[in-house]
Design a protein around this ligand. Sequence first.
Ligand code: ISE
Length: 334
Amino acid sequence: MTIGIGIIGAGIMGADHARILQEGVAGARLAGVQDADPARAERVAALTPGAQVFATAAQLIADPSIDAVLIAAPDEAHAQLTLACIAHGKPVLCEKPLAATLDDCREILKREIAGGKRLVQVGYMRRFDPGYQAMKRGLDGGSFGEALMMHCVHRNAVAPHYTTSDAVLTNSAVHEYDVARYILGEDFAAATVISPRPSRKAINRQPQLIVLETPSGAVVDIECFMDCTYGYDVRAELVCENGTMALAPNPPVAVRLDMRDGFGLNPDWRGRFVEAYRDQMRAWVNTVITGQRSVGSSAWDGYVASATAEACLEARAAGAKVRFDVGKRPDFYA
Ligand code: ISE
């Protein structure tokens, strides 16, 4: 069986997901593309023979040739498009964040539960990264003992000029909220956020230093900085009772060139997380075809990441530690 995937949004991420499908994902083919800019949709669809360009997202979602939908449209459109997929009973992989507001996240949970079928996966692809997966396996294996701390660094070389300090908490650091919670197996219950002064190269946003605490007492610190200029840099070290685990450099090859000795960096997340994006797609397609669950983030996980972001916004505004409770996971998402 080969399922037809429709991609909504043909920007940087939509085009990258289309590339993954073009390179070959067993059981799936790119069947349709839609974008507010039809020329952009044409360019992405043209690389796959038979892929159709749709005039509207509603037409793509409703079309019988589309078995499952990948949403890579702007964040503000995520909720409405995800709800439309649920209404049509079509599986959907929505880029993070699940929705732009917590109310919209809750509406998605409500409608998915009412429909009685798990249809939504959220694109928190780091769960598929070999490094984070090894960290989770190591912790679950028991020989490291309990996790005490996780130190995270998340730096973009450059960011679009409209990126705000809020977006650093709600659109970038959300990856760490999701993957740290996945590895630790616990939600967060307290947040503290400090904002250093901005880089003079990007004065309209500040780096963010976030400290999250779990109910059992593990602490996760995250430095999230959008303007480091030198490359895309993601690091994580898990400190446990008996030892530590850290992500290895990526690309995993040390080079000596031009009087330098060290590891190269990717310009952005697409290269750094190339395996994670590919394996996320494979796992999602497998879920759609077989109904088997993957480790991919559910709508509940997407809601929790956004609720954690909301607590971080509150903590920064308060200039103090904020305690919060994301609520009990409904049995539907067990
Ligand atoms: C971007 O939107 C992503 O999702 C990347 O994975 C993240 O690292 C980056 O900071 C975001 O701007």
